[in-house]
Structures are given as structure tokens and as C-alpha cells.
Design a protein around this ligand. Structure first.
Ligand SMILES: *Cc1c(COP(=O)(O)O)cnc(C)c1O
Length: 216
């Protein structure tokens, strides 16, 4: 399945984040041996435990909602935090990155779905943050793009429009805030059930779990 998905992603150069949450380290090791290097987890404790025993050249992505008090555990090694949804969290990531003498890459999570349960910013909130002096002082984080989750629905048209909306947000931010920063280039959208729609709408990074590892 890995090779099949990689072949599908290759023409658009979309990055695959293999979402290994709840799956044992043996399965991750197996996929590592097949060549996969980027894995995503959504629970900090699980991520920390897996990182400790698996090969050091794995790029670990924190993909799920992140609590401020847990940032310190992943700050030494995490390569991308997908779901940043508050200035408070950004400040904490910056603080922990500084302690670890590194810069941590982050994506801003936007609320694009209909469901009220999903986390994320709206555009106005992000613009206010990006314009604030508090944000400008955060020297140890780097915003490299945006992330979003579409509504869980079989209505493909709706999912497509939500992904399109995220792409528009990305384009707007790039123009207004990141036009001189080439590293602002990622649009993390698309999961097992909707990644093809996401790619058609400009995703650069898909987060695929169950399709790769089987259902949870
Ligand atoms: C679990 C999860 C995924 C992967 O979901 P699948 O449907 O198994 O592909 C992607 N993104 C986030 C944030 C997740 O928590």
C-alpha cells in the first residue's frame, strides 16, 4: 500500500506523513525499512515513547491538538507541529525551542470544517497574531504553512470547497505576510478518506493513517 500511495503522490510532489498513532513500533519499523521517513502521531506520550526506540533519522510530526504543558516533551526532536491553534501555544513552542537551541517548524491550523468540534483559527485571528509585536519576538519558531481538516462527510463537493478555502487562506497569507519567506510553502490537508480531493485542491502534505496501516 505504501508504494501504491507514493506512486500516486509522486506527480504532484506531495509529501506523505504516515500517521502511525495507536500502531506498534514494529509496524513503524517495517514501514521505515520500506523507505518511509516521515511519521505523524497525535498523542505526545505515544510520540515520545516511539521516538526513543525507533531510528533517529525519522522525522516526527505532531499532527493532533497539542496542549501547552506537553510541548516540552517533544521540543527536543519534533520536526513539524501541524496543529498550532493559539498564540499561547506558539509562545510555549518558542520558549521550549529556545531551551533546546533550535527552531521549530509549525503550521497554523485553520477551522475549515462545518463541525464546531474541530480546532483551529479563523483568518482574522491569524492576521491579528501575525501583526502583533508578541509574534514578531518569537525567534525560535518558523511558520511554514497551514493545516486543516475537512468535514467528515460523503459530500465530496463540500469537502472540495473546504480544501479550496484553505488554499485561498494560504495564498492570502503568503502574499500579505510571507512573500519573502520561501519556507512558507506547506498546505497540510487530506487524510485516508479525502486525500485525492485535497491534492486536487493544492495540498502539499497529506496525513494518511488507516489506509496505510489498516483501521484503528
Ligand atoms: C488520525 C489523523 C489523521 C489520519 O487519519 P486517517 O483517516 O486514518 O488517514 C490525519 N490527521 C490527523 C490530525 C489525525 O488525527
Amino acid at each position: 500500500m505504501l508504494q501504491q500511495i507514493l506512486k500516486e503522490l509522486a506527480p504532484t510532489e506531495t509529501t506523505l506523513v504516515a500517521v502511525s498513532k495507536t500502531k506498534p513500533v514494529e509496524r513503524i519499523q517495517q514501514m521505515y525499512e520500506e523507505g518511509q521517513r516521515i511519521f505523524g502521531e497525535n498523542r505526545v506520550q505515544e510520540l515520545v515513547e516511539k521516538e526513543a526506540v525507533l531510528p533517529k533519522d525519522i522525522e516526527w510530526h505532531q499532527i493532533g491538538h497539542l496542549q501547552t504543558n506537553k510541548v516540552k516533551y517533544i521540543a527536543p526532536f519534533v520536526s513539524l507541529i501541524h496543529a498550532v491553534d493559539s498564540l499561547k501555544l506558539l509562545k510555549e513552542i518558542n520558549k521550549q525551542a529556545l531551551k533546546n537551541e533550535r527552531v521549530i517548524d509549525c503550521l497554523l491550523q485553520f477551522h475549515i470544517a462545518e463541525e464546531s468540534s474541530k480546532f483551529g483559527f479563523d483568518e482574522a485571528e491569524v492576521k491579528e497574531i501575525l501583526n502583533s509585536s508578541a509574534f514578531k519576538n518569537l525567534s525560535n519558531i518558523r511558520i511554514v504553512g497551514v493545516m486543516g481538516m475537512a468535514t467528515f462527510t460523503s459530500d465530496e463537493e463540500q469537502v472540495k470547497l473546504e480544501f479550496r478555502h484553505l488554499k485561498e487562506i494560504f495564498d492570502g497569507l503568503r502574499k500579505s505576510f510571507f512573500s519573502t519567506q520561501d519556507s512558507f510553502k506547506e498546505i497540510s490537508m487530506g487524510m485516508s478518506g479525502d486525500y485525492q480531493l485535497a491534492i486536487a485542491e493544492g495540498s502539499t502534505m497529506v496525513r494518511i493513517g488507516s489506509l496505510l496501516f489498516g483501521s484503528r
